[in-house]
Every structure is written in structure tokens, then in C-alpha cells.
Design a protein around this ligand. Structure first.
Ligand code: SAH
Ligand code: DHB
Ligand code: MG
Length: 218
């Protein structure tokens, strides 16, 4: 099935997404610099962009920058006076992302902060609230990241969490893989937290069978 999922994603990209030099250059730079190819797909990136625009987002928070591929899609959703903060553990990833954002003409809107995201998030109390949060870093920390998104958000803030299905492995209740344990804890937390209204949607495509959480802060 994987080949056909990829072919349909290629079809969607050819009809709806067009050629995009900045994004193609980003993926080429990432590969050249040894970054793993775990960026969102093009079709998913455009969903992030459209959702952020539909939400009227002026301030976006991203957790997990990698080479900035999803960052570029999100930053393109911003108005001229908009801003995006993106958190990345690895200094090398952040350097590659900075170069990719400069090449895309978006560097002035994006602030990359290097270090463990929990530490960066703790230091962000008092910053103006975020309208839109995309969580895509270490999966074991996802409940902490959603709690931070609530704290740094406002009623109506949109929260997206990537990679919550992982070929159905979310069903493995006995798993000792901390990413799966973390994802299951995330679902329990989303279901129980009175500050959130949430769903999850499964996806297939260039990135296999996976899915994302879509939540709204109440
Ligand atoms: N959002 C990117 C992909 C992110 S991949 C895109 O779609 O283009 C996950 C990233 O999270 C990696 O770059 C990894 O280094 C980073 N990461 C892992 N643990 C982290 C942590 N504790 N704090 C911040 N970033 C982390
Ligand atoms: C992995 C992480 C991601 O954010 C992703 O989209 C795909 C894979 C990973 O850690 O393997
Ligand atoms: Mg991801």
C-alpha cells in the first residue's frame, strides 16, 4: 500500500502544491547535512499553513524544528507583523534550519531557540500568548508540551500534535517504548483535561500510516 499512498501524495502535490524552490532546497540541505528525513510531508505542511491561516494566527509556537521544513510552511501563514518561535534541542539542526529560513526569506519572522524544549518553555512565561502550537519533538514529552501549550496559549488556541498513530503502535498498551507510552499518556490527558477539546485523525501518504491530534484550548 505504501507505494500507492506515496503516488497519491505525489498526485496531490502536483495538482495543489506546485513547485517550491525554498522547500525543495530545504529538503536537499537537510539531507546534505545528515538530518533524518522525518519532516512533515508537503501535503501535511500545507494543512499546517492553511489551519494557521484559518485560525488567524499571529503568534505561532513550534516544538521540534529539525531543518525548518514545517517551520517554513507555518511561517508562511503569518501576517507581516506575525512571529514564530521554534524550539530545537540540537544546535546543528538549528543552524541548518536558520540557513533554510534565510533562504526562504522568512528569517525575520522566526526565532529558533536551542536547548531542551521543556527548559525553553519554562523560560517563556510572560511572553504574549500563542494562537497556534505545533508539537513535533520527542514523543515522551508530549503531555508536558500540551500542558505548556495551554499555559502559553489562550482560549481558542489551536494545538496540533504530530505522529500520534505510528502504524497503529498507539494501541500497544503493554509497550515499554517510551514514545508509545508517551503517546498513550497524551491521549489519556487530552480526554481528561477540561481545558481542551480534542480529536485525532489518522493519515496515510508519503510518511506512511500515522496521524495527528487537533485540539482547541477552552
Ligand atoms: N517539525 C519538523 C520535524 C521535527 S523532527 C518538520 O516537520 O520539519 C523532531 C525534532 O525534535 C528533531 O530535530 C529533534 O532534534 C528535536 N527534539 C528532540 N527532542 C527534543 C527536545 N527535548 N527539545 C527540543 N527539541 C527536541
Ligand atoms: C520521527 C519523528 C517525527 O517527528 C516524525 O514525523 C517521524 C518520525 C521519529 O522520531 O522517528
Ligand atoms: Mg513529526
Amino acid at each position: 500500500m505504501g507505494e500507492r499512498w506515496q503516488a497519491v501524495d505525489d498526485y496531490i502535490a502536483a495538482r495543489l502544491l506546485g513547485d517550491d524552490d525554498a522547500l525543495a532546497t530545504t529538503l536537499a540541505n537537510n539531507a546534505e547535512q545528515g538530518l533524518p528525513p522525518i519532516d512533515v510531508s508537503a501535503a501535511q505542511g500545507k494543512i499546517l499553513c492553511l489551519l494557521a491561516q484559518m485560525a488567524g494566527a499571529k503568534r505561532i509556537l513550534e516544538i521540534g524544528t529539525l531543518g525548518g521544513y514545517s517551520t517554513i510552511w507555518l511561517a508562511r501563514a503569518l501576517p507581516d507583523d506575525g512571529a514564530l518561535v521554534t524550539l530545537e534541542l540540537e544546535a546543528h539542526h538549528a543552524r541548518v534550519a536558520q540557513a533554510n529560513l534565510e533562504n526562504a526569506g522568512l528569517a525575520s519572522k522566526v526565532d529558533i531557540r536551542v536547548g531542551p524544549a521543556v527548559d525553553s518553555l519554562t523560560a517563556m512565561d510572560g511572553e504574549a500568548p500563542f494562537d497556534f502550537v505545533f508539537i513535533d519533538a520527542d514523543k515522551q514529552s508530549n503531555t508536558a508540551y500540551v500542558e505548556a501549550a495551554i499555559r502559553l496559549g489562550r482560549p481558542g488556541t489551536t494545538i496540533i500534535v504530530d505522529n500520534v498513530v505510528r502504524e497503529g503502535s498507539v494501541l500497544d498498551a503493554g509497550s515499554t517504548d517510551e514514545r508509545i507510552v508517551g503517546t498513550r499518556a497524551l491521549f489519556d490527558m487530552l480526554g481528561a483535561n477540561p481545558r481542551l477539546d480534542a480529536t485525532a485523525i489518522q493519515t496515510v501518504g508519503a510518511k506512511g500510516w500515522d496521524g495527528f491530534v487537533l485540539a482547541r484550548v477552552l
